[in-house]
Design a protein around this ligand. Structure first.
Ligand code: HSE
Length: 403
């Protein structure tokens, strides 16, 4: 980055314009303050009108972008608008941009990356996946010397916090979600966390980095943990399993397969050991070598840590993160199948479920079933239909490391 030090007041440090002052924005401020950063300082913060109560806080994007001390804009607003418009304005004003906004990069990453290139600046989003884990930057490094064959893991800190807390404390789903919100792990609208959409955005974004391929998001089977109940967790524990929300994308002979769903892991699997708001994000290379990164996947300080990493990358002249060549494809899930655990009420009649059941337990008004292996996309489609009738719960049963 060509830093014009003459325009930076505070000891030649690079001025940051911060958009939003929520959990992550405050996390970045405290990282820069606590570490008394000799490289960056927050010059201005854009806040909502009624909340701009400090002399460094402004209420309009124009006031922030017109500050000549600001060379990099950090977007911590979340959501699509006004984040997208503000980022475009920042890029056109020749400011590089760092964001953790996975939903935005998923929908508008191509447009924003092009805009950055046209204006000779960069767009980085390391914190969009894995909270504080340097997953995307690791995938970029790994790809330089080997091909990646599969990626995946536990990519949502909120749902992991909920499932772990339900397991260890036998609390209700609602109690665990409320605590995750208080701790600043959940999205503004926690539906994205508990319905699997946040994991979906993260695996798809990781996929474009690992495989140069955007998978059509509507073609990826995705189910979350919204219908899980304390009794389900107890039953799963009685079978010797832990439950985690899992996401994966795998290179196949014809394209790429991917899905997001709760899965059961026995204690031989690393996923079973991931507690609290932590994530595990792994990749497998063509030789079958499997490597994983583990760390806090949500929260203000961890996420700000990855943002800070991007700031240093920009200072050191790093490029943007999206690969130059990118294609858009539909999913190819033909090769993927495994067994499922399904909980329904006794009154739900399904000939299909009955036909694929291998084991069945009746507990009061509930029926738990383990199915034979079934193709993932097909199973999700059928369960989606049954979910219209009642809030059934289902989870994949993990067999192999990369499925
Ligand atoms: N809500 C997200 C999570 C934040 O819980 O993982 C980090 O992306």
């Amino acid at each position: 980055m060509k830093t014009d030090v003459s325009k930076n007041s505070a000891n030649n440090r690079i001025g940051i314009g911060l958009l939003g002052y929520g959990t992550v924005g405050k996390g970045l401020e405290s990282l820069l303050t606590d570490k008394a950063s000799d490289a960056f300082f927050i010059a201005k913060i854009l806040r909502r009108i009624s909340k701009a109560n400090r002399s460094d806080m402004v209420e309009s994007i124009e006031d922030l972008l017109s500050d000549p001390k600001i060379e990099i804009v950090v977007e911590c607003l979340g959501g699509i608008e006004p984040a997208r418009t503000y980022i475009i304005e920042a890029l056109k004003a020749k400011k590089s941009v760092v964001t953790a906004n996975k939903a935005l990069i998923n929908r508008f990453g191509d447009e924003l990356d092009t805009c950055a290139k046209e204006n000779g600046v960069v767009l980085r989003f390391s914190a969009a996946v894995g909270g504080g884990i340097p997953y995307l930057s690791t995938l970029i490094e790994v790809k330089k010397h080997t091909q990646i064959s599969a990626i995946g893991g536990i990519l949502n800190g909120t749902s992991n916090f909920i499932l772990d807390k339900m397991e260890r404390e036998s609390c209700t789903f609602e109690e665990a979600l409320s605590e995750a919100q208080t701790l600043g792990y959940a999205e503004k609208d926690p539906s994205a966390d508990i319905l699997g959409w946040d994991s979906l955005n993260k695996i798809r974004l990781s996929g474009v980095i690992a495989f140069n391929t955007w998978i059509n998001i509507d073609s990826i089977p995705c189910t979350g943990i919204d219908s899980i109940q304390t009794k389900d967790v107890e039953f799963i524990q009685s079978l010797g399993y832990h439950i985690r929300l899992f996401a994966t994308m795998i290179k196949t002979n014809l394209g790429h397969s991917a899905y997001v769903e709760p899965q059961l892991f026995n204690s031989d699997n690393a996923e079973a050991t991931i507690l609290s708001n932590h994530n595990i994000a792994w990749f497998t290379d063509m030789s079958g070598k499997h490597q994983a990164l583990i760390g806090q996947g949500a929260g203000g300080l961890p996420t700000a840590g990855n943002i800070l990493r991007d700031l240093y990358q920009i200072k050191e002249d790093a490029k943007g993160m999206l690969p130059e060549e990118r294609s858009l494809k539909n999913i190819d899930n033909n090769e993927l199948s495994h067994a499922y655990l399904v909980r329904t009420s006794k009154s739900l009649k399904s000939g299909f479920l009955e036909a694929i059941t291998v084991f069945k337990w009746i507990q009061g008004n509930r029926i738990y079933r383990i199915t034979k292996n079934i193709q993932v996309s097909r199973f999700h489609n059928l369960m989606h239909q049954l979910k219209q009738l009642e809030p059934i719960f289902y989870a994949g049963i993990k067999k192999k490391e990369n499925q």
